[in-house]
Design a protein around this ligand. Structure first.
Ligand code: PAF
Length: 322
């Protein structure tokens, strides 16, 4: 299955290295020319199980050079999704499927502007990776990848894609309806990510420290209430809270992806995480005060580090997003 991966960040490199090692015809595509040059010269430097190996991969900046693929996996940050749309057409043949494994909720809807919905797959992955440098990643937590059609129903291509990932050492399963797992992961992300990003802690204390655990639990309960209002049943909210705590424990040593973004003073995925819960909640009349507060705090943090000039004394906090 000829595969193109858009976005050679931590997850793109992790998946690209596994697929290449398994003999899949895979190309990593990234707009960062230095990243691509490093990948072409050395491959992905993968830290895994106490070993470091360099895995040769094809890498390009220009999607047109790759030509049509059978499967395109989108792994850019959720807020960068719109920027990949102009590069998609050369990758799309008549049967190409596009799979988003991005965090949050909303990236698939952006992709659906450029990809026919019946050729769009949506998924979540519990694989974890930390970017250590250009083209260099550490494989963190392992877990299953679930994928299914944007418009729920049985999908044989999703089964083939899941089999390919599983064969490459990334256990995956096709599901008829990907939206419950997407909402479950969203609940985890809106609980763990902003709490860790705002406080500088790793994931572990979200499970271990009462105030952090209670704040995360409240954010997850709100996400479950909005999901239910949208017709997605995530089961008993307290089981979901237990799941969030278990994920924080299982990834105790990790800094969440949003924590890593904030550490690098880079834009975060907050609009697609707490922002998505707030907007969907508003549309369904479900109050989401905790997610709204976390959303506002992260946006304030981003504005703070994106505003290079000192804030004038009379600004009264009126810093405008650019
Ligand atoms: O975004 C992340 O960091 C991850 O999805 C998770 C599960 C919170 C672990 O760090």
């Amino acid at each position: 299955m000829k595969t193109a991966i858009i976005g050679a960040g931590a997850m793109g490199c992790l998946f690209g290295a596994h697929l290449a090692r398994a003999g899949v015809d895979v190309t990593l595509i990234d707009i960062d020319a230095d990243e691509v040059a490093t990948l072409r010269a050395r491959g992905v430097r993968l830290h895994q199980d106490g070993r470091v190996s360099d895995v040769a991969v094809a890498a390009l900046t220009d999607p047109a050079e790759a030509g049509p693929a059978d499967l395109v996996i989108v792994f850019v940050k959720a807020h960068q999704t719109r920027s990949v749309l102009p590069g998609l057409p050369p990758l799309l043949g008549p049967e190409t499927r596009v799979l988003t494994l991005q965090n949050g909720l909303g990236a698939a809807d952006v992709l659906a502007e450029a990809v026919p919905p019946d050729r769009l797959l949506v998924g979540v992955t519990a694989q974890g990776a930390t970017q250590l440098g250009r083209g260099e990643v550490r494989h963190g937590g392992r877990g299953e990848t679930l994928l299914g059609p944007y418009r729920p129903g049985p999908d044989r291509f999703a089964q083939r894609a899941a089999a390919m990932l599983t064969g490459a050492g990334l256990p995956a399963r096709a599901v008829a309806d990907p939206w419950p797992p997407v909402w479950k992961k969203l609940a985890v992300n809106c609980a763990i990510n902003p709490v860790t990003a705002l406080t500088g802690i790793r994931n572990g204390p979200v499970a271990a420290w009462d105030p952090a655990r209670e704040l995360a639990a409240d954010a997850a309960r709100e996400a479950a209430a909005v999901a239910r209002a949208e017709g997605v049943d995530l089961g008993d909210p307290e089981d979901l809270v237990g799941f969030v705590t278990a994920v924080a424990r299982a990834t105790a040593e990790n800094r969440s992806s949003m924590g890593q973004d904030v550490d690098r003073r880079a834009p975060t995925e907050i609009e697609f995480i707490c922002g998505a819960v707030v907007r969907r909640g508003e549309a369904r009349g479900v109050p989401t005060p905790v997610n709204r507060t976390l959303w506002r705090l992260i946006r304030t943090l981003e504005l703070g580090y994106r505003t290079a000039a000192p804030i004038p004394e009379d600004a009264h906090g009126q810093v405008h997003d650019s």
